[in-house]
Design a protein around this ligand. Structure first.
Ligand code: NAP
Length: 339
């Protein structure tokens, strides 16, 4: 039976898809945005038929205002909002503090409103970093924070740890679980694309002329949202305390480029073919933030398994090649990429 779900961060890529799927299943949605005047018209334009089934609340991760109202009357929370910037901030606390404080704020207000079901959008960032000796990971692994990991990785790890510690100390019977996506791709709704989508955009629009020797795991935004929906609907004993990585497969960037060329040849004219030598990445990393991030990933396999999620939640992920094809087609269709 459909109920009412608070989805935090409804303006975001993943938050939007979670709302999309829940509305389609008959749920009423409460969602938080930072700027209601700016964001509500966009959300109403996306779901013109939702009417009273969509309620928009202004609430910032760093402030108590609005959170009690947003949680009132809800049966479950999907806490998706968290800072996810493209670059590396000067001060890591710009990410770590809102991620941790925002998660704890969302949890505390949910508990105060009598909500038992809480799904946190964590990340593979909380699973697969700071362990140079390993290349395969699953839901049992945790990022090693004693290694010097980048601020975003730290923010997601700290936020998931903080949530689990708070639940264990205060409401151990709460039906809390996390969804831990790898890099998320798939159809986009508008030109305000998430950081993850920027990579495919750059492969297709020619702004990456050579292919660096790095790889990533791919997951589809529709699978990420489905994992949230299933985590909300599954029997409590099946999901309580669980971690649900969503990851279809690890692909080298050269394989991603190849998949785009094979599946959407009509839009692959600018997709790079030649490799970028490691020495060039290292040189560019001296003055380009983006290259600094790539330098740390050269030649690394960081393969996160989503098998546990498929088994426990009972569905099969969309193949990565299909996800990439759908990403490119939607980027072109929305006029975001002229390829
Ligand atoms: P996104 O499109 O950039 O969305 C981020 C959302 O968080 C936006 O709705 C944003 O609201 C909200 N937010 C950020 N800072 C906030 C603050 N201080 N107060 C309130 N809301 C705030 O990113 P996304 O890809 O959908 O990511 C959503 C979640 O998934 C994040 O937790 C991210 O860490 C996680 N994740 C993403 C990926 C990926 O590859 N995309 C992979 C793993 C995990 P505004 O509109 O107000 O900015």
């Amino acid at each position: 039976m459909a109920g009412t779900v608070l989805v935090t961060g409804g303006t975001g890529y993943i938050g939007g898809e979670v709302i999309e799927q829940l509305l389609a299943k008959g749920y009423t949605i409460h969602t938080t945005v930072r700027n209601k005047a700016k964001s509500e018209p966009k959300l109403r334009a996306r779901w013109p038929d939702a009417g009273e089934r969509l309620k928009v609340f202004q609430a910032d991760l760093m402030d108590d205002a609005g959170w009690a109202e947003a949680n009132a009357g809800c049966d479950a929370v999907a806490h998706v909002a968290s800072p996810f910037p493209m670059g590396i901030p000067k001060d890591k606390d710009e990410l770590v503090i809102p991620a941790r404080e925002g998660t704890l704020r969302a949890l505390k207000f949910a508990h105060a409103a009598g909500i038992d079901r809480f799904v946190q959008t964590s990340s593979a960032a909380a699973i697969a970093y700071g362990q140079p000796e390993k290349d395969h990971f699953d839901y049992t692994d945790w990022t090693n924070l004693t290694a010097n990991v980048p601020p975003y990785i730290e923010s997601k790890t700290v936020a998931e740890r903080a949530a689990r510690d708070w639940v264990a100390a205060n409401v151990p019977n709460m039906t809390f679980c996390s969804v831990n996506p790898v890099a998320v791709f798939g159809p986009v709704y508008d030109s305000d694309v998430s950081t993850s989508i920027e990579l495919v955009k750059k492969i297709v629009d020619g702004s990456i002329p050579l292919i660096p020797n790095m790889g990533i795991c791919v997951t589809d935004v529709r699978d990420v949202a489905e994992a949230h929906v299933r985590a909300i609907e599954a029997p409590a004993e099946k999901v309580r305390g669980e971690r649900f990585p969503t990851s279809e497969k690890f692909l080298w960037i050269r394989d991603m480029a190849e998949a785009v060329r094979a599946r959407v040849p009509e839009h692959a004219g600018k997709v790079p073919k030649r490799p970028m030598p490691d020495w060039l990445v290292k040189l560019l990393a001296l003055f380009m933030d983006e290259m600094k991030q790539i330098k740390g990933e050269l030649g690394n396999v960081r393969d996160v398994s989503g098998k546990h999620t498929e088994e426990v939640l009972g569905f099969t992920f969309i193949p990565a090649e299909q996800t990439l094809e759908d990403t490119v087609r939607s980027l072109v269709e929305k006029g975001i990429v002229k390829a």
